[in-house]
Design a protein around this ligand. Structure first.
Ligand code: SF4
Ligand code: SF4
Length: 377
């Protein structure tokens, strides 16, 4: 059995509700058309070792489809909620794979979805407050209080508030360090799943894994969602709006790259004109993130808070502050808005290594391993 590859990793003590959900879904299999979690559940080791749980929990991207469709969800006595069961397991796997002292690790490890969500909110709010305070403090220390309330106009006006060298070095270096950490964790997961580096060379596997990763319309088995009985009430809203947020973030990243090119190769410095490439692309991306995250935050589980909401909330604040900066960059508010925006961006970077950001890497590895195991099964 493919799951036997992971027998070298310790068995994980699961909560009773998590075990019950995994057992119920493995027996029921009604939701196999929704995502890779359910087909993988059928092939991974029944005793749920750490690597199996890491694979299952990272295949879930919390689209909510199975929760909406589940005939055993609350108020049924089984109270099955697969994403709520998997979220704390993904958080525990992430913590173990990255093996770093985490912000929030001084509080007890999350044992329930509610604990995990509370810890995530605590870490996110603490990171946002500390980072915004640090950036305001740096601007005040370097340029004095008047820098926050003076109009700064023209090319390079941002750098009259915060030093250009610090901004240019801080974020690319932080991104490099984070990507290295995630890559290391991904390699650990790949090995725990019983794979070797040769398995990374298969182009067809990567192609199929990307399809699973992006979760387009069909399931990995090729069954369309429409094949499920309409009375199951599938809407797919969560998944759709997660994609909206994801594409918005990609556009904002593209805007950063365009801005970097403008600054370093074309001699034009931020803030850029309203109709320039970086500003138009960043605005479009921010609008997508705002629209998608507002809907995601409004889609609450009947069983309460789920993980990921605090991260989405941080993305929402970052997008709102970015749009406000674009809208008011020729006013006296620019200095304060810039510090707020950079502070929130810094908070996002401090959360990325330890929060849901790393899950993209792990989900791709889980999807790749899932595809390879299915081909062999
Ligand atoms: S989520 Fe509910 S309907 Fe879907 S497989 Fe599990 S028990 Fe069955
Ligand atoms: S929430 Fe979505 S991705 Fe997660 S197990 Fe359910 S259907 Fe699969």
């Amino acid at each position: 059995m493919p799951g036997n590859h992971s027998s070298l990793t310790p068995q994980l003590p699961l909560e009773a509700s998590q075990s019950a959900t995994l057992r119920a879904c493995a027996a029921c299999r009604q939701c196999e058309a929704y995502c890779a979690v359910f087909p993988a559940l059928a092939t991974r080791d029944a005793d749920r070792r750490e690597a199996d749980v890491a694979l299952l929990s990272h295949l879930c991207h919390d689209c909510g489809c199975c929760r909406e469709a589940c005939q055993y969800a609350d108020p049924h006595p089984f109270a099955v909620d697969m994403p709520a069961s998997l979220f704390p397991l993904a958080a525990a796997a992430r913590k173990r794979l990255l093996a770093l002292p985490l912000p929030g690790s001084f509080v007890p490890a999350a044992r329930t979805p509610h604990d995990a969500a509370r810890h995530a909110w605590f870490s996110t709010i603490a990171a946002a407050l500390v980072c915004v305070a640090l950036v305001f403090g740096a601007a005040l220390a370097l340029n004095g209080p008047e820098t926050l309330f003076t109009r700064h106009l023209g090319s390079g006006a941002f750098y009259e508030v915060l030093p250009r060298t610090a901004l240019m070095l801080l974020f690319p270096l932080a991104a490099l360090a984070i990507a290295t950490l995630w890559g290391w964790g991904a390699v650990r997961l790949w090995r725990e799943l019983g794979a070797n580096l040769r398995g990374l060379r298969s182009i067809p596997s990567h192609y199929r894994a990307i399809k699973v990763f992006l979760q387009p319309q069909g399931s990995p088995t090729g069954v369309k969602h429409g094949a499920l009985p309409p009375e199951l009430g599938f809407s797919g809203r969560r998944r759709f709006f997660r994609h909206v947020v994801g594409y918005g973030v990609l556009l904002v990243l593209l805007a950063f790259i365009l801005g970097f090119i403008e600054e370093n190769f074309m001699g034009r410095y931020a803030p850029f004109p309203l109709l320039s490439g970086p500003v138009v692309v960043a605005s479009l991306g921010a609008l997508l993130v705002i629209a998608g995250s507002c809907v995601l935050l409004s889609l609450r589980s009947p069983q309460g808070e789920r993980g990921g909401a605090s991260f989405v909330f941080l993305l929402l604040l970052l997008s709102l502050s970015g749009l406000a900066l674009i809208a008011f960059y020729e006013t006296h508010a620019m200095g304060s808005l810039l510090c707020l925006h950079v502070g929130l961006l810094l908070a996002l970077f401090t959360r990325l290594p330890f929060a849901e950001g790393a899950d993209g890497f792990f989900r791709y590895i889980a999807a790749l391993r899932f595809i390879q195991e299915r081909r062999r099964a």
